[in-house]
Ligand binder design. Sequence first.
Ligand SMILES: Cc1ncc(COP(=O)(O)O)c(C=O)c1O
Length: 361
Amino acid sequence: MTTRNLTRTDLAKLPNYVPGRTVPGAIKLASNEVPFGPLPGVVEAIAEAAQNVHRYPDMGVVALRNKLADRLGVDPSRVVTGCGSVALAEHLARAACMPRDQIVYSWRSFEAYPIIAATTAAKSVKVPNTPSHGHDLIEMAKAITNRTRLVLVCNPNNPTGTSVRRAELDEFLEAVPDNVIVVLDEAYREFVNDPEVTDGLVTYGDRRNVVVLRTLSKAWGLAGLRVGYLVADPDVADAVRKVVTPFSTSLAAQAAALAALDAEAEMRRRCDIVIAERERVHATLSAWMPDVPESQANFVWLPLGTRAVEFAQVCEAQRVIVRPFAGDGVRVTVGTPEENDAFLAAAESYLGPEADLSHPN
Ligand SMILES: Cc1ncc(COP(=O)(O)O)c(C=O)c1O
């Protein structure tokens, strides 16, 4: 009897998404979460929503979409919510790509992109990052063919923290054919303080082929509830709605998101702390390792190459969990000042002037 595969054989070669590790008792700086707990009002909103979890949520997500639309100054028909913005990226790929169509993105970037392309049966076209770890928009524009349906611009880029500025993005968008969707993945938008790193929705929201992806997982503190949204042309938004898993923005997620959005001032205060800490962590690391790129997100990137895994092990031995990308670098989330001090102490033992010479810089 022949044994036939029950599932797609190409998936065997596809790397799994690797979440940041949680180690009991250790400081977790591995998943780009904000460390200050849920925003005020969120826990109460979830508790209240819990009374009704025997009912399906509002499938149209009307109250939340209206609130987001109002905040962003767009028509609610342009807003789609989903189970995290990662799900929306997946839905967009499904809505835009037929098998073997192409998705262009910079690499290294968000590790979900290759998985999304492959599971959509689209072809990943990876354009190498510049030597300074950012997107090479000129090469990305050149990589577009008549099979390209989506271009993903991760701004700021996960995991390198680099960002593309307005002038280069203007030029890039002019070069992209208007039948190709450009996704501006702005999961870390709230941590941007460089005025040249423009808000994609404000600057490019009037372009039919631009889709802006945002999340409530990071700055808004709802990673565990899974709420993201996109803003697109109404026709693109309609197409995405067709492929969204029904009811995937849960009852608790909708309630929590509404409450979180009411706490914008507190969100801003917390992000400002993160930004100040990011600058401090970056300045300290730069003294030991000059090629740490500037970050506009809530993490920093150490381009340690083949030493990435060893560095993560040294940190873990000192009870700090960071996120290594083997052979490439290490991403470290900015935590509370005390957590960052613990990380910097661990990093100093490996990178600092007194570092053990068995792993020289
Ligand atoms: C660039 C980028 N986009 C999207 C996401 C997805 O976030 P979520 O699915 O939690 O909204 C992440 C999460 O790490 C990210 O780094």
